[in-house]
Design a protein. Structure first.
Lengths: 145, 145
DNA sequence: CTAAGTGCAAAATGTTTGCATACTT
DNA sequence: AAGTATGCAAACATTTTGCACTTAG
């Protein structure tokens, strides 16, 4: 299950170079495929899936599952997710799909609580908090059934 | 997107009757299909998917997406998820796949915090906290790379 | 030279859909 | 009678896999 990369291949380099340019954005494997196809330098989709999986295992990239059967989203973890010692948490709006990055001490405390009281080591990187963002909540209030 | 049931059909009844017997367990659409097939009273899979979706929209059943391309899990929300006014949160072990139900005030507080400070309305029903459970954490400590 | 990675096309998988039929109200 | 729900099979979309070939160390 833990697949890390051992060789430094051209495809991996190119893929990473691209990902680095879009930190914090979340893109699907299909997006990545298409991007390189358009560049005139396509990478096989199996390679993309396989490298992406490795990058996830290496902690360089995060993977988010929004819904079964929508494609999974990947996100390069740039500096913006590492302010000081803080971890970056992610909230995903169920309505508009927006991904919100959160640096929140309370959340970190909650992680500690989970570990101490419930013996569960939360993985902030893989955990996505679903809910409704401010804008969508407003919109919904206005538009009734 | 919001599909609620208007007629009370036999299939819906049977399905609900079954779900009620396994509150807190999480089962896939495929599991449900097979269950009824074995009972000698199969229900069409489209019906199962469609009814399950309705039950989710009605708030009777929760749906969890663990991983894209693993089947989605459904869970009847019985009393055990409604101790008093508490909500039930779910933690999923990344290693063994175990689903842990948590009744935790701190988590509720965290939801409130999220809403007040960050304007994000967490949906406890759809949010799954990923991490590593106690047993798997122990196991990993012993078995090095 | 060996282990690892690539790419293609094919398979696998979970979910959705079209449509004719049957059931609820 | 009108509006919904059902069930089948076919369609879909994403992800995975088998395999022959290439590349990195």
């Amino acid at each position: 299950m833990n697949q890390r990369s051992k060789y430094k291949t051209k495809q991996r380099e190119i893929l990473l170079d691209y990902l680095v340019t879009v930190p914090g954005e979340h893109i699907t494997a299909g997006d990545v495929c298409e991007y390189f196809r358009r560049q005139g330098a396509p990478i096989g989709q199996s390679t993309i899936y396989r490298q992406l999986e490795k990058l996830v295992d290496e902690g360089v990239v995060n993977k988010y599952v929004i819904d079964s059967h929508s494609p999974a989203c990947f996100e390069y973890i740039g500096e913006e997710c590492h302010h000081g010692h803080e971890v970056c948490f992610h909230c995903k709006c169920e309505r508009c799909g927006k991904l919100i990055h959160l640096h929140c001490e309370e959340l970190e405390e909650f992680g500690v609580h989970l570990c101490k009281e419930h013996n569960f080591r939360m993985d902030p990187v893989r955990t996505v908090i679903y809910g409704v963002c401010a804008e969508c909540a407003d919109a919904k209030d206005k538009e009734p059934e």
